[in-house]
Write a protein of this length. Structure first.
Length: 534
């Protein structure tokens, strides 16, 4: 990419433009290039930034007015952000041509500057997150239509959704293995397995066979979701971890949105919902290229290098931290899982929505939640995690219950507010899992936290299904809202503040991180041992 601008400035502004930038890019003096042969031209290169290639040339000449100068800045660069660069191309160009005050980052950028490697890894795992978002949503969006074909009640749907969560044991095995053998191969390979088993669901003769295929698909998808969060946390700078988790959540939401966009296929006929399970096969051919570019994390490699025999045994997990986060996972999903997974049943059965109207409702009320996700992550990095999380938990639960007890325009309004406010918690809560555990127990500990969340989901679905059949889903969720309210209190009283602290500061027993190439184009080598291959 190439862009340039010409402005007339005074001596003070010229002095600022003649210094290395410190906003979205940290520059260094690059010396004289072929384009900088005359004395009125300065050239700056890349020190740190989310670029594969970067150069700024500043050409200065006298202007017509006294003590003014005509300055032409030319930028030649390439973003180190695979796939997603298209969304950042315009804001990056605008930020370069209209620089922020010294050391100030644009509002849309991470609070701490990413280097090329971190940006590349974040872009790649965001692709995996999009796939996981679709795979994790497909049964939620289609269960009501499948239940119609198979003649299953609300309680039966809740039982099936609960039974699918048995796949969490597969997730636990994968995340434990990732602490011994690495994150990369299990994340990419797991995505491929989950896609195949999701597609097999299209052939299901009854709800229980669909549940069996989804047990494997959802179990593996859950493990991949844990691993990509761990990868991002281990690669991103301390001041941008919550931002990165928010970006992953937004990409997962995009995947979930794709499942919603496909929902009108369910209106094609009684078996139309099956088409939605086949769509993920389109992503399968792209996984080998992603695997080639995604490196193993620096922290895992450093830990393995410090103790090569560690791949033969599990490392201890900080029990107090594990108990704290397991309680958090249970309490939040006790409420949010039934609110999410039974929403279509509520809209269809209690409010008379068609498949197309459900899709429209979900898109309109859920899309603005991206703003909450983004703001929550950025504020968690710049202002701290706890207060943002507590606000999102409390008011998100309140407006969700109001949505499930409303009709007409208030149903749409309260649901939209609930989505935005609840989304504030994604970054602050999501980042605690990888932050509070050491490298060689990080994936396994997060798998156990996810397991606790699954238990909360099963309990919440069971209660909501029974109370929903007896009363209605609004009353059921009012009872379950005690979960996020208790968690808000727990966060304020017991959770540590981890913003802007390196993982090694939070986990002093971790090995120091060794330097690696800033622009990965192939997997970084992992030290091999005699039986360290999966």
């Amino acid at each position: 990419m190439r862009c340039s601008s010409t402005t007339v400035v005074d001596a003070r502004a010229l002095e600022r433009l003649s210094r290395p930038r410190r906003d979205i890019v940290s520059e260094c003096a690059a010396g004289t290039s072929d384009r900088a042969a005359d004395a009125g031209t300065l050239t700056f290169g890349l020190e740190v930034g989310a670029f594969r290639r970067y150069e700024r040339t500043v050409h200065v000449e006298a202007a017509d007015e006294p003590d003014t100068f005509r300055v032409t800045q030319t930028f030649d660069y390439a973003l180190a952000l695979p796939v997603w660069w298209i969304f950042y191309a315009w804001p990056v160009r605008r930020a370069l041509l209209r620089p922020q005050p010294l050391d100030a980052m644009p509002w849309w950028a991470p609070p701490s500057r990413l280097d090329a490697r971190a940006a590349t890894v974040l872009g790649l795992v965001a692709c995996l997150s999009t796939i996981c978002g679709y795979l994790g949503t497909v049964i939620t969006q289609t269960i009501t239509f499948a239940a119609d074909e198979f003649d299953v009640s609300k309680a039966g749907q809740s039982d099936a959704l609960s039974a699918v969560r048995i796949g969490i044991f597969l997730s636990l095995a994968m995340t434990a293995l990732a602490d011994r053998r690495g994150r990369r191969r299990l994340a990419v390979g797991g995505a491929a397995v989950a896609i195949v088993f999701t597609a097999l669901g299209a052939l299901s003769p009854d709800l229980w066979v669909l549940g069996a295929t989804q047990t494997v698909a959802r179990g593996v998808t859950t493990a991949v979701g844990v691993l990509i969060v761990v990868i991002a946390a281990e690669e991103l700078p301390a001041g941008s971890r919550a931002y990165g988790i928010s970006v992953l959540a937004l990409s997962a939401a995009l995947g979930s949105g794709m499942a919603v966009w496909a929902l009108p296929l369910a209106d094609l006929g009684e078996r139309g919902w099956r088409l939605i399970y086949v769509i993920p096969l389109l992503a399968l051919p792209f996984l080998p290229a992603l695997a080639r570019r995604l490196p193993e994390t620096r922290r895992f490699e450093s830990s393995l290098a410090a103790d090569p025999l560690s791949s033969h045994h599990h490392h201890a997990i900080a029990k107090n931290r594990l108990a704290l986060l397991c309680a958090a996972g249970f309490l939040v999903l006790l409420f949010r899982t039934p609110a999410s997974q039974l929403q279509n049943e509520f809209l269809r059965d209690e409010r008379g929505f068609s498949g197309t109207k459900i899709a429209l409702f979900t898109i309109i009320t859920s899309t603005p939640a991206g703003l909450g996700v983004f703001l929550g992550g950025r504020l968690a990095d710049s202002r701290g995690r706890r207060m943002i999380a507590a606000i999102g938990l409390t008011f998100g639960a309140l407006f969700t219950v109001l949505g499930f007890t409303s009709d007409g325009w208030s149903l749409w309004l309260f649901t939209l507010i609930a989505m935005v406010v609840s989304a504030l918690t994604v970054g602050p809560l999501g980042v605690y899992g990888p932050e509070l555990f050491a490298t060689r127990s990080r994936s396994r500990a997060n798998g156990l936290v996810t397991f606790a969340g699954v238990i909360g989901s099963v309990v919440g679905l069971t209660i909501a299904g029974r109370l929903g059949d007896r009363w209605n889903l609004g009353a059921a969720l009012a009872v379950l809202s005690i979960g996020p309210i208790l968690l808000a209190i727990l966060v304020l009283r017991r959770f540590p503040e981890t913003a802007r602290l390196e993982l090694e500061e939070l986990n002093p027993d971790d090995a120091p991180v060794t330097a690696t190439s800033p622009t990965p184009t192939a997997p970084a080598p992992v030290e091999d041992t005699s039986d360290a291959r999966p």
